[in-house]
Design a protein around this ligand. Structure first.
Ligand code: MN
Ligand code: MN
Length: 291
C-alpha cells in the first residue's frame, strides 16, 4: 500500500471548509470477513485517480473548500467508537458543514446520524444497503453493523428512514419491522421499476428539509463492488447510486460510505467509493450555485 494521504483536493482549513472528510478505521462488528478498517485510507488513495473538474456540472473540486480531518483513533469496542465519533461529528454540523465519513463497518453510521442537532432542520435518512440491518441486537451487541438501521430509526423515527437496494433480511427483522414500519425499496423492485421511479418513491417518503445518505457499499452489486465484507448478488449498479446521490444532493446533510474492504479486490471498490464521495460534493455545489 502507498502511504496514507489526504482525500484529493482537501486543501482547505477546517474553519473554511464546506465539506469535512473523516475516516473511521473500525471493523470490530463485521460478521463474515473483516477488513473495512482499511477502507478510509484506500478510498483516500484512490480519490487521487480523478480529475478535479467535473464534466457534467463544470464544478472544479480544486476550487471547493474541503478539509480532511484524517482518521479517528482506533477503538476497542463499538460503544467506545459510538461515543467518540458522535462528539467528533457534532461540531461539523454545528459549523454548517457537511460531513463525509469513510468507514469502517456500518456500525459507524448511527453515531454520525445521532450527532445531527435536534434543533436542526428535519432530517431524513436514505440508507443504501443489501441488508436490512434491522436487528435489535446481534451476537450480544446492539451496536453491531447488523443493527444500524434500527439505531437510526430510534434517532430520527421510522417514517424518516428508507432502506434502498435491500435484498437480504432475516424473518425476524421483517416481522419486527411490521410493527415499527420502516420503509424499504428492494433491489428487485428497483430493477423492475427502474431507478427513477424507485427513487421517486423513496424521496416521496423523505420529504424532509435535509437528507443524510448512508451508503453501505454492498448495496452495489459485487460485480462492481466486491471489496466488501458481506457481498450480496443482484445488487444496484454504480449508476443507480449516482442517480440517488444526484437526486438528494440539493438537500444533503451528510454522507457516509461504509464497508469498503479493500483487500478483497484490486481497488475497484475503493475507486468507486471515492468517485461517489466526489460526486456528492460536486452535486451539492452545483445545486447551490444553480438555485
Ligand atoms: Mn449495512
Ligand atoms: Mn450490507
Amino acid at each position: 500500500m502507498e502511504r496514507p494521504t489526504t482525500f484529493a483536493d482537501a486543501r482547505a482549513e477546517r474553519a473554511e471548509a464546506e465539506f469535512v472528510v473523516l475516516g473511521v478505521p473500525f471493523d470490530r462488528t463485521t460478521s463474515f470477513r473483516p477488513g473495512a478498517r482499511f477502507g478510509p485510507d484506500s478510498i483516500r488513495q484512490h480519490s487521487w485517480n480523478f480529475e478535479s473538474y467535473d464534466l457534467e456540472t463544470g464544478v472544479d473540486l480544486s476550487e471547493v473548500p474541503i478539509h480532511d480531518l484524517g482518521n479517528t483513533e482506533e477503538f476497542g469496542s463499538a460503544s467506545a467508537m459510538v461515543a467518540s465519533l458522535r462528539e467528533e461529528v457534532r461540531p461539523i454540523y454545528r459549523a454548517g458543514q457537511i460531513p463525509i465519513v469513510l468507514g469502517g463497518d456500518h456500525a459507524c453510521s448511527p453515531p454520525v446520524v445521532e450527532a445531527y442537532p435536534d434543533d436542526g432542520p428535519s432530517l431524513g435518512v436514505l440508507y443504501l444497503d443489501a441488508h436490512m440491518d434491522f436487528r435489535s441486537s446481534y451476537l450480544g451487541d446492539d451496536r453491531s453493523h447488523a443493527c444500524s438501521s434500527r439505531r437510526i430509526v430510534e434517532k430520527v423515527g421510522a417514517e424518516r428512514v428508507v432502506v434502498f437496494g435491500v435484498r437480504s433480511v432475516s424473518r425476524e427483522e421483517i416481522e419486527e419491522n411490521r410493527a415499527i414500519g420502516m420503509s424499504y425499496v428492494t433491489a428487485h423492485e428497483i430493477h423492475k421499476e427502474g431507478i427513477r421511479a424507485a427513487l421517486d418513491r423513496a424521496l416521496h417518503q423523505l420529504r424532509t428539509d435535509r437528507i443524510y445518505v448512508s451508503l453501505d457499499i454492498d448495496a452495489i452489486d459485487p460485480a462492481y463492488a466486491g471489496g466488501t465484507g458481506t457481498p450480496e448478488p443482484f445488487g444496484l449498479t454504480p449508476r443507480d447510486v449516482k442517480e440517488a446521490i444526484d437526486a438528494v444532493a440539493p438537500r444533503l446533510a451528510g454522507l457516509d460510505i461504509m464497508e469498503v474492504s479493500p483487500h478483497y479486490d484490486q481497488g475497484n471498490t475503493s475507486a468507486l467509493a471515492a468517485r461517489i464521495a466526489r460526486e456528492a460534493m460536486v452535486r451539492v455545489v452545483a445545486a447551490r450555485d444553480h438555485r
